[in-house]
Design a protein around this ligand. Structure first.
Ligand SMILES: [Mg+2]
Ligand SMILES: [Zn+2]
Length: 233
């Protein structure tokens, strides 16, 4: 497939929620052995990789604040996720996670932070650090907080029906019905369907045939607020 997409100034990005979007939802997933890819997710990520679009995970990990697991555990999970994805020729360009919670048990994470979705701190940090444009970005997730974060950041949100997505869809439908308003959320079955839509939209709106610059995964400024790391490849 040769559908390279222009990624100069204002280049697009796809932000992905992790649990319930890439991997099966497990409450407070803490260990690699709990990690199961959602069918088609790895292949979908590989298609974004082939199109030269940065793929950036943005995940709330309040289990750290709650003392269920540590930042090291999260990084182990992400390393294993990298391995599972690599088996399908897919890779994540950067991971951002929020370790905080306003009700944290672990004191250092007791923060009413700007990064926990639906707030936009992870998206704005990633936009600056990874040189992507939020106006050209998508955020795919299984919760309403993902959609809200996308809207607040000026990006396009897509709700998937995997994970908690069906519940979120029901809530949105009920609210729309109660208010008499039309349902405006963009809802698809899963990450594979979301990527179909994203690639179709971008191939219409972006000039083609231009080689994208190599994704700069070497930008590693220390930022204490948000957990972030890159695959070691
Ligand atoms: Mg999720
Ligand atoms: Zn946070």
């Amino acid at each position: 497939m040769d559908t390279k997409i222009w990624t100069g100034p204002g280049r697009p990005a796809v932000f992905l929620d992790r649990d319930g979007t890439i991997n099966e939802e497990v409450k407070y997933l803490s260990s690699p052995h709990q990690l199961r890819l959602i069918p088609g997710a790895a292949e979908a990520i590989a298609r974004l990789n082939q199109a030269g679009i940065p793929v950036i995970v943005v995940t709330n990990q309040s289990g750290i604040a709650r003392g269920f697991y540590t930042e090291d555990d999260v990084e182990l999970v992400h390393s294993y996720l990298d391995k599972l994805l690599a088996d399908h020729g897919a890779s994540i360009d950067a991971y951002y996670y929020c370790p905080h919670h306003p009700g944290a048990i672990v004191k250092q994470y007791l923060v009413d932070c700007e990064c926990r979705k639906p707030r936009t701190g992870m998206l704005s940090a990633a936009a600056a650090q990874e040189n992507v444009s939020l106006a050209q970005a998508y955020l795919v997730g299984d919760k309403r907080s993902d959609l809200r974060a996308a809207v607040s950041a000026g990006a396009r949100g897509i709700l998937v029906r995997t994970g908690y997505g069906k519940e979120a869809e029901q809530e949105l439908l009920s609210e729309a019905e109660a208010s008499g308003a039309a349902l405006v959320a963009n809802i698809v079955d899963d990450l594979a369907a979301a990527v179909d839509q994203i690639l179709a939209t971008l191939s219409q709106s972006q000039p083609q045939g231009i080689q994208p610059p190599k994704f700069a995964a070497n930008f590693r400024h220390h930022q204490p607020e948000i957990g972030r790391h890159y695959p070691h490849s």
